[in-house]
Write a new protein. Structure first.
Length: 273
């Protein structure tokens, strides 16, 4: 896999992706998983992290334990969101530890989670959608949001930033954002009905491109999410993009589009030391 400007692909027993600006950070640990290094088989081979993919539960739990070992964490201190392609955001605390992993998920729809509690590992799930990582080092706050095309159109990233700024008084200039691996503009081709949602919300933009040959559109979800954040005052140098396409690189990542839904689930992870 090629290195990107904003992220590094780490090989080894459990291959993963990290953002270069946070690599080795003394106060925070993070990663985005690949499909490699786990124990699942069949369509979910091998590091499947989804409990809803017709995989054996013991395989999924072993996969989480392997990620926890990589991070220096444990599964009892993980908290998993519940993605419904909406924009609900919840602050979580150590009281939520284990939610969705070692005990039932208490949420119906929570696509964004954040915390100020040390040792609590935030977990969100993906298989082409955009993972958004948020970090305010001086304020001891981390967050993650799942931005599918609906979450991108409805600007879940902006909503996370506004929550931090308005409710927790974090200055915009203190918030760093990472846009993780997802389906890229090369592969995210949609019909006019989906493109119209983007055009209605963002207007004519260079990241929404019509193919006059077939009438479909290519949309750059990475640039779209960055644009949403920049509109409210996040500077481009505060945003890192992995620019790794999960569909193009389906040998490394699970891709819903590439496999027509026959796949496992990737995970984004983040915790404060």
């Amino acid at each position: 896999m090629k290195e990107s400007y904003g992220a590094s692909y780490k090989e080894g027993i459990l291959p993963h992706v990290v953002f270069k600006q946070w690599e080795g950070d003394p106060y925070m640990v993070h990663c985005f998983s690949t499909k490699l290094g786990g124990v699942s088989t069949g369509e979910c081979e091998s590091l499947n992290l989804g409990f809803n993919r017709e995989d054996e539960k013991e395989n999924v739990m072993e996969n989480y334990k392997r990620v926890a070992h990589l991070l220096g964490s444990d599964i009892q201190h993980m908290v998993l969101s519940r993605q419904a392609h909406e924009t609900c955001i919840e602050e979580v605390t150590l009281e939520d530890a284990g939610n969705g992993i070692v005990r039932p998920n208490k949420w119906e729809s929570v696509d964004g989670i954040y915390t100020k509690d040390k040792g609590l590992t935030l977990v969100t799930h993906y298989a082409d959608c955009v993972p958004l990582f948020f970090y305010a080092k001086k304020y001891g706050m981390i967050g993650m949001a799942h931005a599918g095309w609906r979450g991108t159109v409805n600007e879940i990233g902006r909503k996370m930033i506004n929550r931090w700024h308005e409710r927790h008084h974090v200055p915009l200039e203190e918030i760093e954002v990472g846009i993780g691996p997802s389906i890229g503009p090369c592969c995210f081709e949609v019909h006019a009905d989906v493109a119209d949602e983007f055009l209605k919300h963002f207007g004519e933009q260079p990241f929404i491109v019509k193919n006059d040959t077939n009438g479909k559109y290519h949309i750059d979800l990475w640039r779209c999410n960055a644009y949403s954040l920049e509109k409210i005052g996040i500077k481009p140098n505060q945003i890192a993009k992995a620019e790794m396409c999960t569909c193009c690189e389906s040998d490394t990542f699970f891709s819903h589009r590439k496999t027509k839904g026959k796949r496992g689930t990737l995970g984004a992870f983040m915790y404060l030391k």
